[in-house]
Design a binder for this molecule. Sequence first.
Ligand SMILES: Nc1ncnc2c1ncn2[C@@H]1O[C@H](COP(=O)(O)OP(=O)(O)O)[C@@H](O)[C@H]1O
Ligand SMILES: O=C(O)C1=C[C@@H](OP(=O)(O)O)[C@@H](O)[C@H](O)C1
Length: 305
Amino acid sequence: MEVKVVRRPPLSQWMDSDTIGRTTRCSLQLPRRSQDLKRSEVLISVNRWPRKTSGYRRLIAVETSCSNNEFSASAVQSGSLGALGSLDECLVLKSKSQEVGPYLNGRCIFLVGMMGSGKTTVGKILSQVLGYSFVDCDTLVEQEAGGTSVADIFKLYGEGFFREKETEMLRRASTIPRSVVSTGGGAVMKHINWRYMHKGLSVWLDVPLDALAKRIAAVGTHSRPLLHSETGDAYTKAFNHLSSLFKERGEAYANANARVSLEEIAARHGYRDVSFITPAGIAIEALEQMEHFLKDMEGVPHDTL
Ligand SMILES: Nc1ncnc2c1ncn2[C@@H]1O[C@H](COP(=O)(O)OP(=O)(O)O)[C@@H](O)[C@H]1O
Ligand SMILES: O=C(O)C1=C[C@@H](OP(=O)(O)O)[C@@H](O)[C@H](O)C1
């Protein structure tokens, strides 16, 4: 679960860094008013989305997890473009979330979708703009298993055990109001899981398989045991396995209350492919789709607000 920001260290000058797996360890030179800190060791996991937006700006999002004697914080920060995306996206996110908030009325939001579809990334943005807590179902399972990783749970106890724990964690998450839950890609396959997810609102992040395979190939398959066993290069093995999983799961994802289709967003904006769509842009579309669903449910015409 995301830790609340206690104090956000101002990102100033990078001193040095080295990379351990997906985590980069860096030192930062903090500004004068933090003189007592001088050089602070900060653990940074860097998610780079070098997106060329329409204006050919590059967006680099940096997720920081910091701790030393002075502060302990976890936050999503983006280089020069603000915490959540470009300034335009921030403004739209803010106004959209204010519009949808009353309709959501504290409902828990469950993000569903294939591995790598962005449930965690987009979920964190949504939780931030809505002022909800962020819950990662895989992380809950890992905590329940005493800190054992999902990959090790599969290896040591088998997928059946993981699925049981996943159901229990979804039940638990469904009792947390005002939360955005990132579910595991396979959570849609059990009927009972939908009973819990239908207590709130579910949103399917529908991302084309080739984009998913590219994202997963970029970070490696080690943390996603269902993709790890195939032979071949990282992209091909991810693509092949995702394709067969999607054949089994496609219909189940469509049970979600709202759908965010990256292909449709790309077509609407005239993008050549979906890699031009930022996580903030996806979060905006998720808010819009949720709003449509909730207004339909309450019989509110879409054009009155
Ligand atoms: N819109 C996006 N464009 C490019 N990469 C993305 C986007 N959203 C997420 N990613 C990257 O894809 C990978 C999987 O995202 P993640 O949020 O962990 O997916 P999930 O939780 O659905 O498995 C991460 O490396 C993340 O940085
Ligand atoms: O698709 C799946 O069956 C799985 C997806 C993973 O979560 P993400 O979708 O967050 O990668 C994780 O729950 C587990 O490896 C199984």
